[in-house]
Design a protein around this ligand. Sequence first.
Ligand code: SAM
Length: 249
Amino acid sequence: MDYYEKFALYYDDLMDDIDYENWFLYIEDIFSKFNLKPKNLLEMACGTGNLTYYLCNKGYKVTCFDRSSDMLSIAYNKLSSFRNVNILNQDMVNFRINKKFDAIVSICDSINYIVNEKELLRTFKNVYEHLENDGIFIFDINSYYKLSTVVGNNIFVEDREDIYYIWQNYFDEDNKFAHFYLTFFIKENDKFVRFDEEHLERAYQIEEIKSLLKCSGFDDIFCFEAFSFNKPEMESDRINFVAKKSFKG
Ligand SMILES: C[S@@+](CC[C@H](N)C(=O)[O-])C[C@H]1O[C@@H](n2cnc3c(N)ncnc32)[C@H](O)[C@@H]1O
């Protein structure tokens, strides 16, 4: 399925309610909580580079990748002034980078785009292989509750001056798939031009994720309600996971 193509051009405008600086600070809080001072970071599914920007700005050595070349071309422009970033076009499921990292991060429910357990397991094993001993893996998911109950089977409409967009969703209980049908009308030369994209996210229960992380070799696994260190609640909409690769010296 192709997505994040033309949408890439409008992604940053439509995500303007997300505070990426705060997200970056939360990730740094996690480093501190786990007594880590990582230097080499990998960001998977970096999209247009919004978190990457803050990571580079802080001086981390960052490698980032995404599967969408349209998202990456926005990221290239945003990050062009940094010398401490390496931007790649790769897939989370089978990426290969000839290097190990102190920390691997992926934010904003990118992991939900991996829609079957086999591929998610391959991803987690791959992450494990690319981590240094004592390395940390940080990512979040849209919760099962959010995908099935809050956004699934719902319609959202946003009416802005130059963009009108409709987000129609359908939750498939059997496959645990949230189908998002996005229709955009973009104002171009006094006319509204339409384009459509279909996105698919898979809803995972916390226990499923924990068990796949364990099967991938991670020993210490923690999960929190996102942007906090609290236990997730039944109605938490975003869950943040932290998985540590133990030192096996
Ligand atoms: C919701 S966006 C989040 C982007 C970015 N992390 C952010 O916080 O703005 C999801 C991103 O995941 C990327 N993506 C989805 N599946 C992927 C995969 N298998 N490998 C790499 N990137 C993927 C998409 O191209 C898109 O950029």
